[in-house]
Write a protein that binds this ligand. Sequence first.
Ligand SMILES: N[C@@H](CCC(=O)N[C@@H](CS)C(=O)NCC(=O)O)C(=O)O
Length: 233
Amino acid sequence: MRPILYKQNASPPARAVMMVIDILGIDVDLQDLNPVFREQDAPEFKKKNPMRTIPIYDEGDFWMADSHAIIIYLIEKYGKPQHSHLYPADPRKRAVINQRLFFDCGVLFPRLRSVMAPTYMQRLGEMSKSMIRNINDAYSMLEDYLSENLYMADNVITIADISVVSTIGTLCGLVPIDGNKYPKLNKWLQNMNEQEYCKKINIPGGLEHSDGLKILMEMNKHNQAQAKAKSKL
Ligand SMILES: N[C@@H](CCC(=O)N[C@@H](CS)C(=O)NCC(=O)O)C(=O)O
């Protein structure tokens, strides 16, 4: 069977997998699954991914979740010699790439998720100061990683860049990257945005996501103000 990727174009981790699929030229059936409507909670998906998140990658007799694990699997299974720079065999290079992938999974994306979750639950009307501070703090860590190399884990693009740029693609629409404070991060993003897969997948998906979150926050703020006014009547 043709592998299926359950995704949303707006979802950062789904975009990371879609970019790797594009780079490797794999024939994958891209199917939408919308977490806002909890479509991933259906028993067939919960069986495949108890975390109940997207993306989910499914080969019929084998499936897996978590974008970081999926992109490593795809590179190992479908990567050709011309893709070796994306996840080199050298243990030290690989270790640095893995660390950046864990950083995206454990630090960067959760700081975005802390905005996404209450927004989708109609609770967040605007980002708090601490949410913005945490995101800027993550930008500062990325700036420090970039003082070691031109890209996140090496002097060439690796899957670490693809993973991080998928999250940054949404975050920069919510908290713009201050080029004076984070010049290396700003330049890195400009370089990444020149890549065809970013132009095709990450830039439009990131805008869709950050614009959608901002619209939802405005709606939440409006509804909260109305509820407050009603409660005073
Ligand atoms: N670490 C996971 C994160 C996946 C994730 O949280 N995806 C979001 C969409 S962007 C989701 O499905 N959220 C639904 C939920 O958390 O209930 C990955 O890299 O795949």
